[in-house]
Design a protein around this ligand. Sequence first.
Ligand code: BGC
Length: 363
Amino acid sequence: MRRGIFALAVTGLLAGGAAACGGDGGAGSGIPGDGSVGKVGIILPDTASSQRWGSDDPKFLKEAFDAAGVAADIQNAQGDKSAFQTIADGMISSGVRVLMIVNLDSGTGKAVLDKAKKAGIATIDYDRLTLSGGADYYVSFDNVAVGKLQGEGLVQCLSDMQYAKPVVAELNGSPTDNNSTLFKQGYDSVLQPRFDSGDFVKGPDQWVPEWDNAQAGTMFEQMLTQRPDIKGVLAANDGLGNAVISVLKKNKLNGKVPVTGQDATVQGMQNILAGDQCMTVYKAIKQVADAAADLAISLAKGEKKTVSQSIKDPESGKDVPAVLISPKAIFRHNVKDVVADGFVARAQLCTGDFAKLCTENGV
Ligand code: BGC
């Protein structure tokens, strides 16, 4: 990833798109040129792989577009790649001026981006980069940094447990999600040197198709059968972490085997408060949603927009102008920061038995 200064004149870029479809400057040509504000289409991936897609991202995105008075059509493909394409076709034919997607895989993501570009629509990859997709912009978190925080968090929790030469298992995200590769790059940069030095022992290491939590549980059950001495688990997000914790509970190992996560979900933070999960990574969705909405609103108005970062598409080799937000590690002692930031409501987190744990931990 390169973090240099990257300036881009959006008008030039969009004018190219408009020329491709006749350059008439009408609706759907990307640039209005008449002071009108276009509509924005947003496609989210599913509601099963993380709490964020069903509640957080749509909420913060809607708030940002509403505040600006710009029309946004926010839809969710529910994990269905053909539904994803149908939604995109509908948005394109309804004349959106900007299309923002979280792809389900790069193949279908690229097909959608290609169609949008042909129609002169400005495109944004939101959260996940579409490989060879050539989106005009990428708005996400620094995903290698997310992985590093997970790796460092696990090292911290394993050292708290004072395990000698712990066996560490890895449950990576979906192999079709470029973020999974970036997260792994981050945590392996922390773990691999420890495997190499013999401080840690490399255990099973698998990718979970579609971030499917049920499959993750089955996979971890098999891992634990093969290696009953697993002492730490790098799980790529809170959903996978929770699947691991359920298996550990059945084996009375919860709390003894640190597990990581990501997304600062209510469930993940409850697992942390209970002592079953080591840490999670808080990604301030409001910040990423605001940044993406800002960009989309400018594009919908046909305004110029420059951004200061870029990311190299590892497949096409092209630099994609990017906005990347910094993530934050959350352990038991700073769960309260996520509540203070307004991401999770205290009343939602501190239910039942968690009320006492919340009070004890200053939430
Ligand atoms: C996102 C994570 C999310 C995962 C599963 C990733 O691309 O960055 O926040 O947990 O997908 O939906």
